[in-house]
Design a protein around this ligand. Structure first.
Ligand code: PRP
Ligand code: URA
Length: 209
């Protein structure tokens, strides 16, 4: 079963509570998602490999760590995953970006792909897939399987909220893909929405409802 990391940091939890509030404006919702993206990025990159390099400080030479290996790929699932992207790029500006366009069919709750664009050498890199919502997990699983078809082996998934049903499905479909989430909510409702959740993340980000 894939590992699940719940990020219980008070700053993340405080910002998430603001995001859940139905009275939070579109502008504030986007800003908070961006800020939480940065904080989650810090957690998901905690064990990245480093190598020792020589640097010259004003007081003389020293050997110190710097990130090693190929640049990361951030892979937001459109639309709502884009809300995390700028915050993550602020921390890792050299990362590459893969866009994965999926929407959830409201009747079947199956993910429908409409766009996919990834760096040519994506298979050789660590890919961090991001989407605020893990509800049925159909979208996350479809996105990750698409990357696996392209040969990607090293994948992590970051979300804001997960439903227990989606987590269980994800873990059995993708046992080698670890998950970082800010919270695990109670359940899904009859329409596949996370309860208590925060509503439709894409609509709240872009004011489309
Ligand atoms: C939302 C959300 C996830 C998906 C989660 O996207 O951003 O991608 O639903 O649900 P799932 O786990 O049941 O697949 P949506 O399909 O509403 O598209 P949007 O981001 O374009 O609004
Ligand atoms: N997608 C969302 O944006 N919110 C949910 O609660 C479930 C799927």
């Amino acid at each position: 079963m894939s590992q699940v990391h719940v990020v219980s940091h008070p700053l993340v939890q405080h910002k998430l509570t603001l995001m859940r509030d139905v009275a939070t404006s579109t502008k504030a919702f986007r800003q908070l998602l961006n800020e939480i993206g940065m904080l989650l990025c810090y957690e998901v990159t905690r064990d990245l490999p480093t190598e020792m390099v020589e640097v010259q400080t004003p007081l003389g030479p020293t050997r110190q760590p710097q990130l090693s290996g190929k640049k990361l790929v951030f892979a937001p699932i459109l639309r709502a995953g884009v809300g995390f992207l700028d915050g993550m790029l602020d921390l890792v500006p050299s990362a590459r970006v893969a866009h994965i366009g999926l929407y959830r069919d409201p009747k079947t709750l199956q993910a429908v792909e409409y766009y996919f664009k990834a760096p040519a050498d994506v298979a050789e890199r660590l890919v961090i897939v991001m989407d605020p919502m893990l509800a049925t997990a159909n979208s996350a699983i479809a996105a990750i399987e698409r990357l696996q078809e392209r040969g990607v082996k090293d994948i992590r998934f970051v979300c804001l909220l997960a439903a227990p049903e989606g987590l269980a499905k994800f873990q059995s479909a993708l046992p080698d893909v670890p998950i970082w989430t800010a919270a695990i909510d109670e359940c899904l409702n009859d329409h596949g929405y996370i309860v208590p959740g925060l509503g439709d993340a894409g609509d709240r980000m872009y004011g489309t409802r």
